[in-house]
Design a protein around this ligand. Structure first.
Ligand code: NAI
Length: 256
């Protein structure tokens, strides 16, 4: 019996990368997974992979930027299972560029998916959890939300906003049985990272040098921290962010 047996867990952007890794981890601990994904092909593939490994999972198409789409997903999941125990706000995308010429459409897209999307999912699923007087919401932020990186104003502003939302809503709902926490992953080996490396806008060597542990994180390392935070082992943890970054945030950057 896993520690999350019988729990229903929604993972936004769970079709691939960190979201899919979290879905696999939570499923392995006994949770039933709802992949809430924008891209139906990725969402269905993720569900097939989970179910063929013997886990329970379903796919709900959702665009986290759209309030109606998010509300419909939350209502459908609540009706289908009768309860929602865990929400992982993971959907994201990365666009990089100099602030002075950064297109407003790209700024809006990043804020829309990674900040407004987190807010909308917290609202719709949070209403279900508040009625239950029970639930855990875990938001995926980033080390970019905790420190400055040139060329990443929109991404980092969204991720800093997620940390603030986590603290605000975590304290607001603390007396109502709903915990809200966040994880700030460091550079993590995913398709998003590989794409940035392939496009020449990220350098693995540079990241390795900047990380005290000397390497990027693996998806499973993020997912294990997430499992702990959404489990009852973390029952007194709310309104806070855990860095899972190989020491990145703490390091003042003097040569090791
Ligand atoms: P990814 O690009 O591999 O996966 C993101 C997923 O979100 C995709 O499946 C995509 O279809 C989905 N998605 C995008 N827009 C959506 C929308 N509007 N509605 C629903 N789903 C949508 O990215 P990765 O690397 O797995 O990142 C996941 C999260 O982790 C993101 O929030 C990212 O900012 C964060 N993160 C990633 C790091 C890394 O190094 N890969 C480091 C720190 C944070």
């Amino acid at each position: 019996m896993g520690e999350l047996n019988g729990r229903i867990a929604i993972v936004t952007g769970g079709g691939r990368g960190i979201g899919f890794g979290i879905a696999q981890q939570l499923a392995g601990a006994g949770a039933e997974i709802v992949i809430a994904e924008f891209n139906p092909a990725l969402g269905k593939e993720a569900v097939d992979s989970l179910t063929s490994a013997g886990h329970k999972a379903s796919f709900h198409e959702v665009d986290v930027r759209n309030a109606e789409s998010v509300e419909a997903m939350a209502q459908a999941v609540a009706a289908q299972y009768g309860h929602i125990d865990i929400l992982i706000n993971n959907a994201g995308l990365a666009q990089i560029g100099p602030t002075e010429t950064f297109p407003l459409d790209d700024w809006n897209r990043q804020i829309d998916v990674m900040l407004n999307g987190v807010f909308l999912c917290m609202q719709s699923v949070g209403r279900v959890m508040l009625r239950q007087r029970k639930g855990v919401i875990l938001n995926i932020s980033s080390i970019g939300g905790l420190g400055a990186w040139p060329m990443r104003s929109a991404y980092n502003a969204a991720k800093a906003g997620v940390i603030s939302l986590t603290e605000n809503v975590g304290t607001e709902w603390a007396r109502h049985g709903v915990r809200v926490v966040s994880v700030a992953p460091g550079v993590t080996r995913t398709a998003m990272l590989q794409q940035m490396v392939d496009e020449g806008i990220a350098s693995l060597t540079q990241y390795e040098k900047r990380t005290p542990m000397g390497r990027p994180g693996e998806v499973e390392e993020i997912a294990k921290a997430v499992q702990f935070l959404v489990s009852d082992r973390a029952s007194y943890i709310t309104a806070t962010t855990l860095t899972v970054d190989g020491g990145w945030t703490a390091w003042g950057n003097l040569p090791l």
